[in-house]
Design a protein around this ligand. Sequence first.
Ligand code: NAD
Ligand code: UFG
Length: 339
Amino acid sequence: MHILVTGGAGYIGSHTCILLIEAGYDVIVFDNFSNASKESIKRVEKIVGKEIILIEGDIRNRNDLHSVFNSYKIDAVIHFAGLKAVGESVAEPLKYYDNNIYGTIVLCEIMAEHNCRSIVFSSSATVYGDPHTTPIKEHFPLSTTNPYGRSKLFIEEMLRDLYISDNTWKIVLLRYFNPVGAHASGTIGEDPHGIPNNLMPFIAQTAVGKREYLNVLGNDYNTHDGTGVRDYIHVMDLADGHVKALNKINSFNEVMTINLGTGNGYSVLDMVKAFEKASGKKVPYQIAPRRAGDIAKCFADPTYAKEVLDWEATRSINEMCEDSWKWQSNNPNGYKEEK
Ligand code: NAD
Ligand code: UFG
């Protein structure tokens, strides 16, 4: 089976390619490299011991997509391609609506023209906004606070409408919580450009000495130690969720909306402690003001994923930190060194 992986050179996509290939799928990576390096796929090839078809193209470009669908009989698409920086989405909303929403429209149109109607989409826990309670179940009310989040929510709605118009589509919407960690080889991982927005890469860069200290963004939340609580999930567990979704996609008779999280909530300070233990390095920090738009607590109820995909996260917070550290300490400058 040929699987088109849009955004397959990025953080989650590259890890998912490994498990797809190990599960026997033929993978075609399609990426415009706006936030990725070709080196990630070279390293995936080393891990799996196989060449990967890599196509440089943009999901908004019909010719780029037609040429892929004309060259290969694609059975399903895993659609990771998208922009994901919340702050940038506030500053440049049209860029996000164009890339994420328009890009998905073009992708679905071309898929239908080539008779491919199976898609697994990367959604986000951001669509729950500030949840009234935790753990979060899939039927909780949806709301968003920024253009990035709105792009995810609109795409979910668009894909639901698409299914209503033609129920031969097979659609799985996976709502990720907070992906962290890296492949256990330490050769691929998250490679943020510039100053990281997310906690884990910031902690890792502080531990390796690239940054002086971590700003803990608020210690007056209603949580066990006052700092923000999230559901950190190992990227290889997340990747496994995609393989399970794909394995079952033909058996679904409705649009499936599924949380991918562990069900555990850890605070910023819990993460600092766990990272120090796993790396043997100190992570200096200082308390700073809250970040606009942040919420106190966000963690999943992952029971539906267990029920319908037979999937659950298995890797501990210690493994998440150890693997992040292996990647960060072996590749202090990300993929740049070997370019
Ligand atoms: P990433 O930036 O590492 O990967 C996205 C990939 O898509 C990159 O390789 C980028 O070059 C590519 N891309 C972007 N626009 C494209 C376009 N128009 N055409 C072709 N390729 C394009 O991000 P990631 O962390 O791997 O996230 C993957 C998906 O999961 C994204 O859709 C993201 O919004 C979603 N998601 C991520 C998180 C997270 O915290 N990492 C959480 C929830 C959801
Ligand atoms: N934090 C710090 N210092 C930092 C960065 C973050 O204390 O330098 C704190 C935040 O305040 C929050 C926690 O660490 O309490 C996690 O923050 P992240 O930015 O890593 O993650 P968020 O949960 O805020 O957001 C992430 C993605 C969003 C996505 C959301 C839900 O960045 O795109 O998860 O999936 F929408």
